[in-house]
Ligand binder design. Structure first.
Ligand code: 7PJ
Length: 271
């Protein structure tokens, strides 16, 4: 899953037109690089970031969704607002990626109204404005597991079939460095929930905290983290660097395939 941020550049007076064109060009690059799905977001959810109105978010993301409709690439919309979900689905989005796990009033209904879009339910403690102030857990893995289980139940009770759901532990969303690495190490615990796992680690501060690299120089860390997440069971990785991630994962897949062939060969030898 390639990341497309549509946030107006405050230094350019081109306003929405400029950021729309930039986002579309970036999306086309990620398609060339072989992204399987693009995640388009018009509101930053980084720690301490400010919220924007639904109108502003729509002005940012809808033109990008519309411009990419004829590329045929599956499009995900990164939003927590029901109004944005509905308009994005109408504009062709096939996945709602909600860091708030459909907890906003009206969000469950907005998704239940369409009977095909996928939904990513992500764990977050607190809100982006305050979440990194003092995150606390007794047992991070258990609590993330329980939260996701409850959100799966809420979604299915609202009429969203379980096979439309994806879950995400929400790396960096109300978690200390220790919490984040414990979650990564125990990611496989979430597989029992019976829903595909998505992981977003790309360029996050938990990576820079280890190597000391600034956000624009965390590609090696991001590749390592994506690979580890997949080894631990993630089915989708949300990344900025599509080519590098795909090449790293190709090596993992080659190893997995050889193991599968060995098993096949020994089974047919016995027959
Ligand atoms: C995530 C996300 C993530 C999902 C962001 C950033 C912060 N959506 N949106 N999972 N992170 N599902 O990319 O640094 O981890 S925004």
């Amino acid at each position: 899953m390639g990341i497309i941020n549509v946030t107006p550049d405050s230094f350019s007076d081109g306003g929405h037109y400029f950021s729309t064109q930039q986002a579309i060009a970036h999306a086309k690059n990620l398609i060339e690089e072989g992204a399987d799905i693009l995640d388009i977001g018009g509101e930053s959810t980084r720690p301490g970031s400010q919220q924007v109105s639904a109108d502003e978010e729509l002005k940012r993301v809808i033109p990008v969704l519309e411009a990419l409709a004829d590329t045929q690439i599956p499009l995900s919309i990164d939003t927590s607002k029901p109004a944005v979900m509905e308009r994005a689905i109408a504009a062709g989005a096939c996945m709602i990626n909600d860091v708030n796990a459909l907890r906003s009033p009206g969000a469950l209904e907005a998704v239940a109204h369409s009977n095909h879009v996928q939904v990513c339910l992500m764990h977050m403690q607190g809100t982006p404005q305050t979440m990194q102030a003092n995150p606390q857990y007794c047992d991070i893995v258990q609590e993330v597991n329980d939260f996701l289980q409850q959100r799966i139940q809420a979604a299915t009770a609202a009429g969203i079939a379980k096979n439309r759901l994806v879950i995400d532990p929400g790396f960096g969303f109300g978690k200390t460095l220790q919490h984040n690495y414990t979650l990564l190490n125990r990611l496989d615990r979430l597989l029992d929930l019976g829903v595909p796992l998505l992981a977003g680690l790309s360029r996050k501060s938990m990576l820079g905290a280890v190597t000391g690299n600034s956000v624009d120089h965390r590609i090696h860390e991001s590749i390592a983290a994506a690979l580890l997440a997949v080894v631990k069971g993630a089915k989708i990785v949300r990344v900025h660097d599509v080519t590098a991630t795909k090449e790293a994962l190709a090596i993992y897949n080659a190893m997995k395939n050889s193991a599968a062939q060995e098993t096949n060969a020994s089974t047919s030898n016995r027959n």
